[in-house]
Write a protein that binds this ligand. Structure first.
Ligand code: NI
Length: 228
């Protein structure tokens, strides 16, 4: 399931992120630093060094935008998140077809995180660069994603995906992985659809007893399927 999260980052935060990335200087390193063997062979971009003060400071701004975001929480059911990374594609850069590593060590710890979901938030306005589409394979084929600055897309980390070459301008983005309370994408999709329908019923003044019953079913499914 691909979920678009419009206006996830507000204009003021977006400006702070762009300024921080413009000032990052030598914190920009070869993107292959965090790629697995297959990914490294096709990855050609720049990335903010994971352990840098820049990555931590800007990453906190990104996480603050999502940690109370209702649509993100409904769709991702986050348990743990990997600290956000920041990448940059200048002219000619691209990231070929790959799949993200299933398990990652959380930086600076001995704890592991299972990457159930990936979230990419676009930081450059789409008219500032050509190319740079995020192509995500799902069961219906390749979905092409290129969103306004501040919008995000959440997608299963089990998907093959790539970033097409940037042929003009510069593409800035942030992304992070989520270990969900519900590992299975199909189960998570059922819960998301049910939750969204309940929210609509509440917003439109649906029958209160029916809303209560459906809310109960939602939580009982979540209890059955979640693994905190
Ligand atoms: Ni990837």
């Amino acid at each position: 399931m691909l979920v678009r999260i419009p206006k996830a980052i507000d204009a003021a935060t977006l400006a702070s992120l762009r300024q921080g990335l413009a000032d990052a200087g030598s914190d920009w390193v070869d993107g292959r630093a965090t790629a697995g063997r297959q990914g490294a062979a096709v990855k050609h971009n720049l990335q903010i060094a994971e352990n840098s003060e820049t990555a931590q400071r800007l990453g906190d701004l990104v996480l603050a935008a999502f940690e109370r975001h209702a649509l993100f929480i409904s769709a991702a059911l986050p348990n743990h998140v990997y600290p956000p990374l920041f990448n940059r594609y200048d002219g000619g850069m691209a990231f070929g077809q790959h799949i993200d590593n299933a398990v990652r060590l959380l930086p600076g710890t001995a704890r592991k995180l299972r990457t159930d979901l990936s979230l990419t938030v676009f930081l450059s306005d789409p008219d500032r660069y050509d190319g740079g589409e995020l192509l995500i394979e799902d069961r219906y084929g390749a979905q092409s994603v290129k969103l306004p600055a501040g919008d995000a897309v959440l997608y299963p980390a089990s998907s093959l995906h790539r970033v097409t070459p940037v042929t003009r301008g510069q593409r800035l983005a942030s992304f992070f992985w989520v270990q969900s309370l519900v590992a299975d994408d199909g189960q998570r999709t059922v819960l998301f659809d049910l939750d969204q329908a309940i929210q609509r019923l509440v917003a439109t003044g649906g029958d209160a007893a029916a809303v209560t019953a459906l809310t109960g079913s939602y939580h009982n499914l979540l209890r059955m399927w979640s693994h905190p």
